[in-house]
Design a protein around this ligand. Structure first.
Ligand code: ADP
Length: 395
């Protein structure tokens, strides 16, 4: 069997997603997720050739989960096809503007940056170290969520707070979802026949986490997420932008501690907090469709914030060749897309209702009428992008 595939790993604190992908043919041979790790309900679920499988993992942490995945890959005869491992790493700070091969220095730099992503970086490091141990002969590559945004100009990444906080402590906007933006930006330009190096795109990645990015000539020039993924758009459970004085108000008037306020803004806000229903956009959409006015208001807040950010980015670029929707909501919700485009009619968007309604479940394409400023859907594929980078750096 030829070594034509990459094992892609995405480690969270309690989950480990994996896929085996041939970056040349784009074939995904298997994908799966180990969930609820470090609990007695830890379980490995996977899909291969359209069939699903499942295996309880006991109390597995990252290394044990990866060992179970290796056992599965052996059983399925896929181990011999793997030439390298690509890891998604959430925070690369200012050190990493590109993907790179894992070395001791790279591991140290990720470790040094842990203060910027205290929840994610330790899990990412645990995944890399487990892979080094379990696959001693294979190279590892790290692909950073923040790297694509390192092209932002200082005027876009600096916060108007004492400059020493940036200089001495790295407090600035970093942005996330960079791997998705790199993939979606290039795919959108290809589909529209545009030269990415001479294009003005706004991409909205709307999943449980949501952000938008202004991509000028293939480079990120601004994005909505900040020092952490809390800033910017309304998300599933994250608030996005609020008045920073809210912390003080909650503490002084309601007795919230710093941790309680942080937890509320990250885990109990956004679609979930505002709707008092669910973080899942589908549930809120269904309620709104049945006449629930509060559900409709929640969707309107989501779209109001998004439209404002898109408008700001388009104005800053001076031109918009296309607004691109991606992520679970962006790829599937014709309702959200319609709502947002109506708010942006000043930019010349004219929705094609039929195309909009027909575009979901992994379908990509334009959703506006002939003669309109282009809005489109591109199904993102971060795993494929990670496999491509890994192949390029290890070939
Ligand atoms: P993550 O950020 O965790 O990768 P996804 O990109 O999978 O998340 O997006 C999850 C979101 O996509 C959820 O809010 C879900 O409700 C939404 N979504 C999925 N399908 C639809 C749909 N048909 N209509 C509206 N929203 C959808």
């Amino acid at each position: 069997m030829s070594k034509d595939s990459i094992l892609v790993i995405n480690c969270g604190s309690s989950s480990l997603k994996f896929a085996v992908i041939n970056p040349t043919t784009e074939e995904e041979k298997i994908n799966g997720i180990a969930e609820r790790m470090n609990s007695s309900e830890a379980v490995l679920n996977w899909k291969i050739n359209g069939e699903k499988g499942s295996l309880p993992l006991g109390q597995a942490a990252h290394e044990a989960a990866l060992e179970a995945i290796v056992g599965l890959l052996r059983e399925e005869g896929l181990m011999a096809s793997i030439s390298a491992i690509g890891h998604r790493v959430v925070h690369g700070g200012e050190k990493f503007s590109q993907s790179c091969l894992v070395t001791d220095e790279v591991l140290q730099a990720i470790e040094d940056g842990t203060k910027l992503a205290p929840l994610h970086s330790p899990a990412n490091l645990a995944g890399i170290r487990a892979a080094q141990k379990i696959f001693p002969g294979l190279p590892n590559v790290v692909v950073f969520d923040t790297a694509f945004h390192q092209t932002m100009p200082a005027e876009a990444y600096l916060y108007p707070i004492p400059y020493s906080l940036y200089k001495d402590h790295g407090v600035r906007r970093y942005g996330f979802h960079g791997t998705s933006y790199r993939y979606v930006g290039q795919a959108a330009a290809d589909m529209l026949g545009l030269d990415i190096n001479d294009s003005n795109l706004v991409v909205a990645h709307l999943g449980n986490g949501a952000s938008a990015c202004a991509i000028k000539n293939g480079k990120s020039i601004d994005t909505t997420m900040g020092l952490t993924p809390l800033e910017g758009l309304v998300m599933g459970t994250r608030s996005g932008d609020v008045d920073p004085n809210l912390f003080n108000f909650l503490n002084k008037t309601l007795g919230y501690t710093l941790d309680e306020a942080t937890d509320m803004l990250n885990k109990k806000s956004g679609l979930l907090g505002l709707s008092e229903m669910d973080s899942d956009c589908r549930v809120i959409q269904e309620a709104a469709a049945q006449g629930n006015e509060h559900a409709q208001l929640t969707l309107d807040v989501f779209c109001h914030v998004l439209a404002e950010k898109v408008a700001g980015f388009a104005a800053a670029m001076g031109k918009i060749d296309a607004l691109v929707f991606t992520g679970g909501i962006g790829e599937n919700s014709s309702v959200i897309r319609k709502n947002v485009l109506e708010r942006l009619s000043i930019f010349g968007f004219k929705l094609d209702e039929k195309l909009n309604d027909e575009t979901f479940r992994g379908k990509s394409g334009v959703i506006t009428q002939e003669g309109s400023t282009v809005a489109m859907v591109v199904a993102t594929n971060e795993e494929l992008m990670i496999s491509r980078d890994t192949q390029a750096l290890t070939a």
